[in-house]
Design a protein around this ligand. Structure first.
Ligand SMILES: Cc1cc2nc3c(=O)[nH]c(=O)nc-3n(C[C@H](O)[C@H](O)[C@H](O)COP(=O)(O)OP(=O)(O)OC[C@H]3O[C@@H](n4cnc5c(N)ncnc54)[C@H](O)[C@@H]3O)c2cc1C
Length: 292
């Protein structure tokens, strides 16, 4: 199918994009990599009257470290981040998660910011942003604001952005040295969206107790979710198989999966429990290696 007809404008900077959004409101859509928006337009699930192309804005594709966080500009492609040395060395969790998105061709156009703004509940990048307590920087007619990931993803394809705001950057706080990590997902075929995905971070104190635990899951409800009760259960305890099994059970009870064509809610719950248990073991192995 072809999209319904629309007007096309290429914004030359963020200010122009915000001005156009303010003038056209809900009738306008921003175009980044187009890997979610264009298929939706072709299927006429989205029918913007005006398409505001961000791709001509220069200097918006940076992937840099700033104030202890990885800053990713709105035009940084997923593939560029996956291959960036700074991601490989400072935030391999993100590189691993991106490598599970669709196929190379999709990652070569799709942006990290676009993925967060699209807010598919099974997406990988929002899951990582949430685990790291990251945030989204947005520019609107009234200025700039930073929106914590925990407040950004509101539900199925819904975010806290107003229709007049452009998301300009993502900030992924870099974990302290010695933090173990894991990203695991299960999809029906290579390149498919995850049925369930899990990001895990674990750091041990000098005396061997867990001093940081972060667990986030995608594909288990209307938005990515932090398993806060499971995290609390892990803190200040010595890691072992029984503790991880208990935390994995707890995580599977605090998610809100629904039945759909891919899987039943019960299957997702079981899968979440299995993946959380494995992710904790993997994160621990990396944490222990870092400490040794
Ligand atoms: C076959 C296929 C398989 C895929 N598999 C996966 C997968 O396994 N996992 C996964 O996570 N994704 C997957 N995707 C989606 C892919 O990751 C997209 O690239 C991503 O979801 C959207 O990024 P984009 O840059 O293409 O955004 P676009 O498609 O251009 O935009 C998506 C939405 O975000 C809005 N938007 C974009 N940029 C901004 C901005 N700066 N500020 C405010 N709003 C903005 C747009 O207006 C639009 O509503 C797949 C896509 C395809 C086609």
């Amino acid at each position: 199918m072809k999209p319904a007809s629309f007007r096309y404008v290429a914004a030359s900077d963020v200010h122009e994009a915000v001005t156009l959004l303010s003038a056209h409101g809900d009738a306008a859509k921003l175009l980044a990599g187009g890997q979610s928006l264009v298929p939706m337009m072709n299927l006429r699930l989205s029918r913007p009257e005006i398409l505001i192309d961000l791709n001509r804005i220069s200097g918006a594709d940076g992937i840099t470290v700033e104030d202890g966080a990885l800053r990713v500009g709105m035009l940084a492609r997923q593939r560029a981040a996956e291959r960036a040395d700074v991601v490989r060395t400072r935030l391999p969790l993100l590189g691993e998660a991106i490598s599970r998105i669709g196929h190379t061709q999709i990652r070569s156009r799709g942006t990290l910011v676009g993925s967060c703004c699209h807010a598919d509940p099974s997406a990988e990048i929002p899951c990582v942003l949430l685990a790291l307590d990251g945030f989204v920087r947005a520019q609107g007619p009234d200025g700039m604001r930073d929106i914590p990931a925990a407040d950004f993803f509101l539900g199925y394809f819904q975010t806290a952005l107003s229709p007049k705001e452009v998301a300009t950057d993502l900030f992924f706080p870099l974990p302290a040295a010695g933090t173990g990590w894991a990203f695991l997902e299960f999809a029906r075929r290579h390149g498919d969206f995850a049925i369930v995905a899990v990001s895990a971070l674990l750091r041990l104190s000098a005396s061997g107790e867990i001093e940081r635990a972060a667990l986030s899951l995608s594909g288990v409800g209307p938005a990515p979710l932090r398993a806060r009760r499971a995290e609390a259960l892990l803190l200040e305890k010595r890691p072992d198989g029984a503790l991880f099994a208990q935390a994995a059970r707890e995580a599977s009870q605090e998610i809100e999966p629904a039945d759909d064509v891919q899987a039943s809610a019960g299957y997702r719950r079981q899968l979440a429990q299995t993946l959380v248990g494995r992710a904790l073991q993997e994160a621990l192995a990396r944490a222990a290696k870092e400490v040794a």
